[in-house]
Ligand binder design. Sequence first.
Ligand code: SF4
Ligand code: SF4
Length: 444
Amino acid sequence: MSLKESILKPIAKLKGGAHIPHFKNTAEAESVVMDAPATVTIPLKQHIGAECVATVQKDDKVFVGTVIADSTAPLSAPIHSSVSGTVKEIKKISQPNGVVNSIVIESDGEMTPDPSLKPRKIKTAKQLVQACRECGLVGLGGAGFPVHIKLESLLKPEIDTLIINCAECEPYITSDYRECMENYDDILNGVYLLRDIFELKNVIIAIEGNKPKAIEKLYEVASDIQDEADNVKLMCLDTSYPQGAEKMLVYTTTGKKIPLGKLPADVGCAVMNITSISALYRFIRTGMPLVSKRVTVDGNAIAKPQNVIVPIGTSVQDIIDFCGGADENIEKIILGGPMMGSAIKDTETVIAKQSNAVLCFKNIKPIRTTPCIRCGRCAAACPMFLAPGAVEHSIDHNFTNLENLNVMSCIECGSCSYVCPAGRPLTAAMRTGKFELRRLQNAK
Ligand code: SF4
Ligand code: SF4
């Protein structure tokens, strides 16, 4: 069978979404490892659960991989030092996910690994779940959902499908793509470890069709000699935004719809980002937890666009300096992709586990906002079948009808704002709508 014939086609077609330019300018350049900056500032909340509590104090000596914070709360993951050096202070900092405590560590420049780190021997699924937690792994595609919780769901017999997300559908970002090109062995071994230890019936590696070199690499994974049972498949998705959003991916790869407020596990699936899989395998192979991150640095205001591997806690300013500096006319910096990332004002904002891009822009065409012309394009573009124009209207009229408008289903993908010819700030309206509906419901 030829490569083309062996690649699965999507089960269902993504509804709505937007055809946005890809701008994958950094795709073919090898990642560059940045030296440790003088200090790192490591946030204690880098996951969707409760903030971790520091387990170190001022003047403590730490190594690369030393646990510096943890929490017993569900949906959290331990945090490790990304440099060797000395704890200088614990202070509050402003991050895109709010004001959080952080640990400032002065690097000794040595990057000495913690002597207690050692490779793991994994024989059971429970050991793998535990190892994943000790790695501090959270969804590296942006959501920050602790990966050990996803792996725990694979212990249930009704979960039989693992979907590996390599869609990377946001413009500019190429960090998962570079992972495919640079860390093939960790991906290969990670995929088969997960399949075997959880006895998975189906593993689907899902990628958009606009990445032919990565498709070839992942096809080798799917057709490896270890796949005698032929249950690891590569699926090539249409190139459409937001193809990589979890709910969309489950739908296009399996045809299953995830109800509001439910998770992929509720329809028998688990979704893992491809870089999370190789990071987990690296931890098992070396014992080094998640302490660094590949970040795509791009945009028309950065001197040297590239993928940079940086210690977690490195400031955006240090990364910009490493990439040759930003143009003096820079107008906007986005942490993450242009569709779902967060615009930041302070370049002391730091890279967290879930950060995957720093985008710097100048000469931004101003958006002229005019009244809604009721063209319906926002509703047509919404992959969750919502009516963003109506939600904006509701917000302007005392928040009436928000519940019926199903506002909580919004995945904040930005497609509605992107297609609106009147430049309405619809995604911001959806966020406001969700916030207000939660407030109204809590007040009842
Ligand atoms: S796309 Fe913009 S102009 Fe068209 S209906 Fe929606 S809000 Fe109104
Ligand atoms: S309403 Fe929400 S889910 Fe729908 S297009 Fe807008 S941001 Fe995306």
